[in-house]
Design a protein. Structure first.
Length: 143
């Protein structure tokens, strides 16, 4: 069964697009938006497309304190592609006023991410696991 996955502002069809092509496309978008090599993107497709793992290697200043129950706004924007080439997420999570940096509950974000993926025509995700620290953001999607 072939899957369509939503990440960084696009829906990719795994039937017509290889993981290497996705990686190249996403990396070029990230470089254009954030600057060359500020964020390094990697993707792996596992177990007959039942699991997709994406990693964003980026560095925050030491003020960023990772909390396993919440996710920082910059990480949400990386995963969804919000703001890249003007992309807006169909199902938006709660935000802070006046453009201040913020974090939100990771479960709230995952719900919005799944709903956005559905609205954009991606395959239904059974589960998502997000882990993060100051250097790495890891997203595992199960189909």
């Amino acid at each position: 069964m072939k899957k369509k996955i939503y990440l960084v502002g696009k829906v990719y069809d795994l039937f017509t697009t290889t993981a290497n092509e996705i990686e190249t496309d996403v990396q070029s978008m990230l470089d254009a938006h954030y600057g060359s090599n500020h964020v390094i993107f990697r993707i792996n497709v596992w177990k007959k497309e039942k699991e997709v793992t994406i990693n964003f290697y980026r560095s925050y200043n030491d003020w960023y304190k990772a909390d396993s129950k919440s996710i920082f706004c910059a990480d949400m924007d990386l995963i969804t592609g919000r703001g890249i080439n003007g992309f807006q997420v169909p199902c938006m999570w709660p935000t802070a006023p006046f453009g201040y940096p913020f974090s939100t509950g990771i479960d709230d974000f995952i719900t919005c991410y799944k709903n956005s993926a559905k609205e954009l025509g991606a395959s239904r995700m059974k589960d998502i696991v997000i882990t993060h620290n100051k250097d790495n953001l890891n997203v595992r999607s199960f189909y």
